[in-house]
Design a protein around this ligand. Structure first.
Ligand code: DSN
Length: 426
């Protein structure tokens, strides 16, 4: 038990909030007790700037073992030549890719934030939109990527790097078409799979491996690891030094460029406790139970989306192929912010989200984003999704204090049968 009462009490309160509520934020999850243990270990005491067998500090023999295990597991799961597991999270991973492959002012293209894209894919207030010449692409009116429109834009703009990936895109990507589009103007094609990483690891949705020049990801969403990041690529790494091959096709140099961009380009010492926890999560992702888990995420998302549509919720693109859905609330006469706040009162956590062509701002947009990875970790299945959809509908239909309090108690009771690892004794 932590002696510091102030922090201890806040952690206990957060644990209670997690236990008694329904977590529907599409990017969140619950890690296993083993991941928690690795994360809270003495590995946080150690400095290990550099790469395996090439550290700037002594005493790293066991850290090297751990990082090697994490890297080898990721290589095996995703089928890539090279993995860097040191990025502190997804945004630093993406920034390292810019630093590795571009010069300041070079042109990049990514999906516009309003259409589901990520801040680090060139959004105007992000460093990637300020230090690079960012041109954004959009979805069509139907909320789906329009590959013909994208191809035309890429051919006109001729970016040096094309990002795909999103925080709020409920459909799958045509990676083959995307790489053809990017390579037609000699641009790097980078796939950010932060959201779908666990689904790709379990092979329940298509992988960009074999298409993307570089793949970035977080490790804490569907992969169900600690907060961290990874960068994967193919290339001809000449272990152990991986020198740049002078005059070679830059794609041949990708492993070296990426490693140098992460350290010393962008970061100092890796977070070794996180690396160990990533290794544990990757080990878990190699088990057959994880494939079942990933399949169930998809089934739950399908069921939840169907039930919400039955309750006349308008889903962007008419449904989902992955773990998340995006709800346009215009026909319900509430904003995303109001919906988020109302649902929070009953213990249901979602996030407000812009929708394609939103006329409102991200702080109070027209939609909400809903995802199933966390509830699936708690063991919920399709029949529970029907009840969750009902809770959402009842709360948003009648947000009176009495009704919300009644639903809050029902939600609390409902969660009792679905434990969260590491939160048993609250
Ligand atoms: N964490 C991402 C998400 O919620 O999708 C945004 O950075």
């Amino acid at each position: 038990m932590i002696e510091d009462k102030e922090i201890y009490n806040s952690i206990q309160s957060e644990a209670r909030r997690q236990k008694e509520g329904l977590e529907l934020i599409a990017s969140e999850n619950y890690v296993s007790s083993d991941v928690l243990e690795a994360l809270g270990s003495i590995l946080t005491n150690k400095y290990s700037e550099g790469m395996v067998n090439k550290r700037y500090y002594g005493g790293n023999q066991f850290i090297d073992e751990i990082e090697t295990t994490a890297v080898n597991r990721a290589k095996q799961i995703f089928g890539v030549d090279h993995v860097n597991v040191q990025p502190y999270s997804g945004s630093p991973a993406n920034l390292a890719v810019y630093f590795a492959l571009l010069n300041p002012g070079d042109k990049v293209m990514g999906l516009n934030l309003y259409f589901g894209g990520h801040l680090t894919h060139g959004w105007k207030v992000n460093i990637t939109g300020k230090y690079f010449n960012s041109v954004q692409y959009e979805t069509g009116r139907d909320g789906l990527l329009d590959y013909d429109m994208l191809e035309k834009q890429v051919k006109e703009e001729k970016p040096k790097l094309l990002f795909c990936g999103a925080t709020a895109y409920p459909r799958l990507y045509d990676y083959k078409r995307l790489v053809e589009i990017a390579h037609s103007v000699d641009a790097y094609f980078v796939a950010d799979i932060a959201h779908e990483c666990g689904l790709i690891a379990a092979k329940v949705i298509p992988s960009p491996v074999g298409f993307a020049d570089v793949i970035t990801t977080t490790t804490h969403k569907t992969l169900r690891g600690p907060r961290g990041g990874m960068i994967m690529c193919n290339g001809n790494p000449s272990e152990p030094l991986r020198p740049l091959v002078e005059g070679a096709d830059p794609r041949r140099n990708l492993p070296t460029l990426i490693d140098r961009a992460v350290f010393p380009g962008l970061q100092g010492g890796p977070h070794n406790n996180t690396t160990a926890a990533i290794a544990v999560a990757l080990g878990e992702a190699m088990k057959p139970e994880f494939v079942e888990y990933a399949n169930q995420i998809l089934k739950n998302a399908k069921k939840l989306s169907e039930k919400l549509m039955e309750y006349d919720f308008n889903l962007i693109s008419g449904g989902t192929d992955n773990h998340l859905m995006l709800v346009d609330l215009a026909n319900k006469n509430i904003t995303g912010k109001q919906a988020e706040e109302t649902l929070e009162k009953v213990g249901i956590t979602v996030n407000k989200n812009t929708i394609p062509f939103d006329e409102r701002k991200p702080w109070d947009p027209s939609g909400i984003r809903i995802g199933t990875p966390a509830l699936t970790t708690r063991g919920m299945k399709e029949k529970e999704m029907e009840i969750v959809a009902q809770f959402i509908d009842r709360a948003l239909k009648n947000p009176s204090d009495d009704n919300l309090e009644k639903i809050r108690l029902e939600v609390k009771e409902f969660t009792k049968d679905f434990p969260i690892p590491g939160i048993d004794n609250i």
